[in-house]
Design a binder for this molecule. Structure first.
Ligand code: SAM
Ligand code: DTB
Ligand code: SF4
Length: 364
């Protein structure tokens, strides 16, 4: 089994990304087979536990309060509702539930306590639990770990340079800090990004440098194709070609051989043949369910058909790492600190965001 390399440079990654397609596919598929069963795909179900009304200005995101999108905001879901949805996901073949909240960062208090209870509840259903709640402190990460969290998703989304062009309400270093906080626990790290936001291939390579030079590398990496949502600054971005997705998946597989590479947002635009090439290139995870967080995803029945056609099998929970133990709230040994960390707010002005703010004022 090959060694994991942690000092990738942008140029080395670009050289891989730009290889002739057949060579790239062959190399990625070969590495994939050395580290994973090529016929097994991990299936996660997304659940938006708190939708919309987010204070951030991520240019791709339909949940940012400042943009005019058709997203209907919701308060935090109840634990019972989450449990019912998790059971549904389990019966549909999912091994993991990923709960997303439209928050800038986690705040200690009743809502976080409720999320911790959701984590305990799903872990007790013998499913892997993932959360994506925005930035977290070390203490909050430890409390999630104690509740039985399996993975924390926190994407770098692009290269450090391009990040500034898409988001101005927080910095790339805040993202790295949160990943570092999660790494101090036994919770696995899920971090990836989006392609198709107008970035150059150098930015895609730059994002992979930032991810692959983490030590350890993330246990999972979602590769999302931008879902261009009306009302967001990126609404007019043209869809990427499937070949870009295949190249990105293959390059991710080569530079992060052990990582589960997740074919994430954008699958409704991809043919089955296109997705098959992504699996061949090393993708070994998907989000299942007819909805991502707020946008459509293929129907579960369509995915089941695709799995059957391709001879793919869903991965069983806790195949890669044992099930974490859940500590009940009453037995918790970790106190909430009520910290107010200073996450950055670069306030870099992004023309398109400014335009969205002006439009909002005009329509009020
Ligand atoms: N608020 C938390 C955060 O930003 O970390 C968690 C939820 S946020 C929606 C999770 C991820 O969804 C983002 O980091 C981004 O990668 C992805 N995402 C959001 N909107 C998207 C879109 N329109 N197309 C593709 N991916 C998107
Ligand atoms: C990730 O990388 N992609 C998922 C998950 N992690 C949270 C989210 C995709 C969201 C797509 C836009 C939406 O549905 O709102
Ligand atoms: Fe908020 Fe996350 Fe959307 Fe950014 S990506 S606007 S932080 S929900």
């Amino acid at each position: 089994m090959s060694e994991i390399k942690h000092n990738w440079t942008t140029q080395e990654i670009l050289n891989i990304y730009k290889k002739p397609m057949m060579e790239l596919l062959y190399e990625a598929a070969t590495i994939h087979r050395l580290h994973h069963d090529p016929n097994t795909v991990q299936v996660s179900t997304l659940l938006s536990i708190k939708t919309g009304g987010c204070s951030e200005d991520c240019g791709y995101c339909p949940q940012a309060a400042r943009y005019h999108t058709n997203v209907e905001g919701n308060d935090l879901m109840t634990v019972q509702h989450v449990k019912a949805q998790a059971l549904r996901a389990k019966s549909g073949g999912s091994s993991r539930v990923c709960m997303g909240a439209a928050w800038r960062n986690v705040k200690d208090g009743e809502e976080f306590d409720q999320v911790l209870e959701m984590v305990r509840t799903i872990n007790k259903l013998d499913m892997e639990v993932c959360c994506t709640l925005g930035m977290v402190t070390e203490n909050q990460a430890k409390r999630l770990a104690e509740a039985g969290l399996y993975a924390y998703n926190h994407n770098l989304d692009s290269s450090e340079d391009y990040y500034k062009k898409v988001i101005s309400t927080r910095g790339f270093e805040d993202r790295l800090k949160t990943i570092d906080n999660v790494r101090k626990t036994n919770v696995t790290v899920c971090s990836g990004g989006i392609i198709g936001m107008g970035e150059k291939v150098e930015d895609r390579a730059g994002m992979l440098v930032a991810l692959s030079t983490l030590n350890p590398q993330p246990e999972s990496t979602p590769i999302n194709a931008l879902v261009a949502v009306e009302g967001t600054p990126l609404e007019d971005q043209q869809p990427i070609e499937i070949w870009d997705m295949i190249r990105m998946v293959a390059t991710t597989r080569i530079v992060m051989p052990e990582t589960q590479v997740r074919l994430s947002a954008g699958r409704t635009q991809m043919t089955r043949e296109g997705q098959a090439l992504c699996f061949f290139a090393g993708a070994n995870s998907i989000f299942a369910g007819d909805k991502l967080l707020t946008t459509p995803n293929p129907e579960v029945s369509e995915d089941l058909k695709m799995f059957e056609t391709l001879g793919l099998n869903p991965q069983k929970p806790f195949t890669k790492k044992g099930q974490p133990q859940t500590v009940e709230a009453a037995d918790s040994k970790i106190e909430a600190l009520g910290e107010k960390p200073k996450w950055t707010r670069p306030e870099h002005k992004i023309e398109r965001n400014e335009l969205a703010k002006q439009n909002r004022k005009l329509s009020q």
